[in-house]
Each structure stands twice: as C-alpha cells, then as structure tokens.
Design a protein. Structure first.
Length: 211
C-alpha cells in the first residue's frame, strides 16, 4: 500500500508539472508569456535612440527624462528604427507647465503625427490630442481631468493604414482617418520657450507591438 501511494503521488506531480510548464532560461529568471510587445526603452541608457536639437535627454532612476537645454533650447528624441502599423503604449508623467508629446510615423518636422502632452489655450486642447504639422489638431481632447497632473499616465496609440486612435488613461481621445504619413520614427518632444523652462517629460515605459 505504501508503494502504491508513493507511485500515485509521483504520477500526480508529473502531470501537474506538464500542465504548468514554465520556461526558465539561463540565470534562473522566469520567462513571462509573450504579449507581442517589445520595449523601446531599456531603462538603462539611450540605446536605440538618437537626439536632435539641443534639449537634454538622460536616464535617471531607470526613467527616460527630457528637459530644455541652455537658453530654453528645444529638441526631440527619436528611435533609430521606423515603424508602420502598430500599437504603442507609453507610461509618462510631466512636470508642468509642459508642451511635449509622443511623435509617431515621424519622417520630418513637416510630415509626422504627435499624441500631445500639453495644455493649449487657442484652440483649447489637452493631452491626448492628435496633432499633425500643417493641419494642426486632427482631434482635440477637451477634458483636462483625464490626465493626472501629479502622477503617472498611460498613452495608447493604435495606427493602422490611414486610421489612428488614441487613448489617455483608458478613455479614447482620437479616432481619425488621415494619410499624411504611413510610417516613420517614434519620439518625444521638448518644446522651446521660457514659459516651459521648468518642464520635464519623464517616461517610465514605452513598448510597441507591430500590426
């Protein structure tokens, strides 16, 4: 009876192990289930990114930070890679007053889109607004309360073909058909001007899934 009990226990453990298979690579860390997203920021340095302009971009406490340069100089930070159709999720916070945003399908300062992070007066527009150079706001978020000015926020962008949708903290703020550009780089902006001298754009996570 003791042998039979031992045999049943062993078989049960083997079946449980098969049903709960977990991959453990070298080093012993557990591999999470792949959700199709790839991190664009490694939390350590600016590998995979390149700056233009004279803003300051650096990594601090595992977060990507952008500020104005000397004499309120502006600038942008872009991925070295380009992307077409994708879903993008960026977790950010800002120190205000702030005028920034997530560039996407960026080909040049004249051919691009931006999911704005701002407080604009004329016309009224808040973070989550979709901007296109030369066309201004293709869709404006009019609800200032969607954004947590003191904490972290999540911007989600889905662009496929001519269709672009944006969500801020789970609420949709844009649903637009526009064919200005179908591919390009991902990036962040630091706007010029003394009124934004104290601004910071801080990115905790940015990840992308190509569609």
């Amino acid at each position: 009876m003791i042998f039979r009990f031992f045999w049943v226990v062993c078989v049960s453990l083997m079946l449980f192990s098969v049903g709960c298979k977990t991959e453990v690579p070298q080093g012993g860390s557990v591999v999470e289930k792949d959700d199709g997203f790839v991190a664009l920021f490694n939390g350590t340095d600016l590998t995979g990114w390149e700056a233009t302009g004279n803003a300051k971009w650096f990594v601090e406490d595992g977060q990507l930070v952008g500020t104005q340069g000397d004499n309120n100089a502006p600038g942008d930070l872009f991925t070295t890679a380009s992307f077409g159709d994708f879903e993008l999720i960026a977790t950010y916070r800002a120190e205000w007053p702030c005028n920034s945003g997530v560039w996407f399908r960026f080909q040049s300062p004249q051919v691009a889109y931006q999911a704005d992070i701002l407080d604009y007066k004329k016309p009224v527009a808040f973070s989550g607004t979709l901007y296109c150079p030369g066309k201004m706001f293709l869709a404006a978020n009019l609800d200032k309360e969607l954004e947590d000015r003191a904490g972290w926020n999540t911007m989600r962008i889905v662009t496929q073909g001519a269709k672009t949708k944006i969500w801020l903290n789970g609420t949709q703020t844009a649903d637009v058909d526009d064919d200005t550009t179908d591919s390009g780089k991902i990036g962040f902006q630091v706007h010029p001007g003394a009124q934004f001298g104290a601004m910071k754009i801080i990115i905790k996570e940015i990840k992308i899934k190509e569609l």
